[in-house]
Design a protein. Structure first.
Length: 234
């Protein structure tokens, strides 16, 4: 069943591969998804404006504007969940997609049921993030507006930093391994991304003004991972 409950979950597939698009449409419709297909960037962006979907399946290799550029444009106006598809499995390509705001990344060839599982996980995370706001000490996150304020000052976070902070806030007080963080964010293979998690944590710490010796928020638990601290006000 689709994650959205009784209403059918609307899926927009942006992919110029007609055979793959038809296969995905048949498969997803079999699980009661409402599927629309766009063959290029122009049609895809117009479809997003005309009838915003619940999730976007976006191919990187499009005929005109590539999927990375499309992802960037989508993120300028929307936080709709995005799962990227590509035959380009290089780590750098995946990092670029995720840094631009994609929620997950599936390399071709893939099994439709794998894509389904990734979509369901992304949709669950998206639904969980629709709370209005959470305050942790001087830090306030608002998922409705996708904003973060620290000591009443707005922070400028990338989509990846915002998602990482969301994982920490929702798991306040718990020790999170890198593996757990990856599962909570994108589900990407640990051996490819454990270093990028450390880099992302470092960037987030800088923006939070965390002192490395006495951090207010993100503590390193040696040999285990990270723990987010702070008093939750509401």
């Amino acid at each position: 069943m689709a994650v959205s409950g009784s209403a059918r979950t609307r899926v927009l597939v942006i992919d110029d591969d007609q055979d793959l698009g038809a296969l995905l449409a048949r498969y997803l419709r079999g699980f009661d998804f409402d599927v629309s297909i766009a063959r290029d960037d122009t049609d895809g962006l117009q479809a997003l404006e005309r009838d915003p979907p619940d999730i976007v399946i976006l191919d990187v290799m499009l005929p005109e504007m590539d999927g990375f550029a499309v992802c960037r444009k989508v993120r300028e106006r929307s936080r709709v969940p995005i799962v990227m598809l590509t035959a380009r499995g290089a780590v750098d390509d995946r990092v670029v997609g995720l840094e631009l705001g994609a929620d997950d990344y599936v390399s071709k060839p893939f099994e439709p049921r794998e894509l389904m599982a990734r979509m369901q996980a992304v949709l669950r995370r998206s639904a969980a993030m629709r709370e209005k706001r959470v305050r942790v000490g001087p830090l306030e996150m608002n998922w409705t507006t996708s904003t973060v304020r620290l000591d009443r000052r707005a922070l400028s976070l990338t989509p990846a930093e915002f998602e990482l902070l969301s994982v920490f806030v929702r798991n306040r007080g718990r020790v999170l391994s890198r593996d757990r963080i990856l599962d909570e964010t994108h589900g990407i293979d640990l051996d490819a991304y454990d270093r990028s998690i450390d880099v992302l944590v470092s960037r987030l710490r800088q923006k939070l003004g965390d002192d490395s010796k006495q951090p207010r928020f993100i503590r390193t638990i040696r040999g285990a991972g990270y723990r987010f601290t702070g008093d939750r006000d509401e």
